[in-house]
Ligand binder design. Structure first.
Ligand SMILES: Nc1ncnc2c1ncn2[C@@H]1O[C@H](COP(=O)(O)OP(=O)(O)OP(=O)(O)O)[C@@H](O)[C@H]1O
Ligand SMILES: Nc1ccn([C@@H]2O[C@H](COP(=O)(O)O)[C@@H](O)[C@H]2O)c(=O)n1
Length: 239
């Protein structure tokens, strides 16, 4: 855990959640944060905002130098309130723009640049350490393995690929479901060559929502949090 130990880091404040695209990370994490009075950090939004900035400069995210250059001057503003979804880059409100299919298709290029990952991971750890919340639900692809491998609660949230694609297509209502599924699987294939979020690392709990509705998924995640916290308390008392 060399990367994490170099920065301001409060592993105890992390509820770490990873998973593939469309697995429910953001909707479930937000609901958990609201329920428990915690902060919520959507790390994918930061990668998306950086991809937006690269595109805004007329560059290509496949160009690692252009990505590094954009990252060296990246005034991201993102809050931890689960009810505040605003994302700004400097004065530009990019809240909706970062969800554009153009950004979704380009974001994996940004995620492939190792120096950028180190930079944003430092930022995520700092945001959590300084947060005015007892804990923060942090979701992404490498939170359980790289950003906070020492967090007391680490969850891989997953669902069958066809179920994730159908849920995403339903959300985008009117979009071609075949194209939506293809874009989602293409992004997963590219992203999973950088970090493994398809298999749970040792000690990470899996919540598979394939057969669960939204509220059952929230209950399953809450049950993991409670169980892991109880185990953590017992470990500390036993010392
Ligand atoms: N258990 C569930 N049952 C039914 N629908 C669900 C469930 N979990 C999530 N959803 C829905 O699936 C869609 C995708 O969820 P969400 O956007 O939270 O996924 P995500 O993992 O954050 O995706 P991405 O990584 O692409 O941002 C949303 O419409 C959400 O409401
Ligand atoms: N920890 C993370 C989070 C995200 N990414 C990259 O950002 C993209 C967008 O993420 P969403 O959660 O909004 O889908 C994702 O496709 C990854 O390329 C990442 O690398 N690490």
């Amino acid at each position: 855990m060399t990367e994490a130990s170099e920065s301001a880091h409060r592993a105890d404040k992390f509820i770490a959640i990873d998973g593939p695209a469309g697995s429910g990370k953001s909707s479930v994490s937000k609901a958990i944060a609201r329920r428990l009075g915690y902060g919520y950090l959507d790390t994918g939004a930061a990668y998306r905002a950086l991809a937006w900035q690269v595109l805004e400069r007329g560059a290509d995210t496949a160009d690692a130098d252009a990505v590094r250059s954009a990252a060296s001057d990246f005034p991201l503003i993102q809050r931890l309130d689960p009810d505040d979804r605003h994302v700004l880059v400097g004065d530009a409100n990019v809240t909706d723009a970062i969800r554009d299919p153009r950004v979704s298709a380009a974001v994996s290029g940004v995620a492939r640049v190792p120096e950028v990952r180190v930079q944003v991971n430092e930022m995520f750890r700092r945001m959590v350490a300084e947060a005015d919340y007892p804990a923060v639900v942090v979701e992404g692809r490498d939170i359980t393995t790289v950003v906070a491998p020492d967090a007391p609660v680490r969850i891989l949230l997953t669902a069958a690929p066809e179920v994730r694609a159908a849920r995403r297509a339903g959300e985008l209502g009117g979009s071609d479901p075949v194209a939506v599924a293809a874009a989602l699987h293409k992004r997963d294939a590219s992203d999973s060559s950088v970090v493994d979020f398809l298999n749970a690392a040792p000690g990470v709990d899996v919540v598979d929502s394939t057969e669960l509705d939204f509220s059952q998924t929230i209950d399953a995640v809450l049950a993991v949090i409670e169980r892991r916290r109880d185990a953590d308390k017992e470990r500390h008392h036993g010392r």
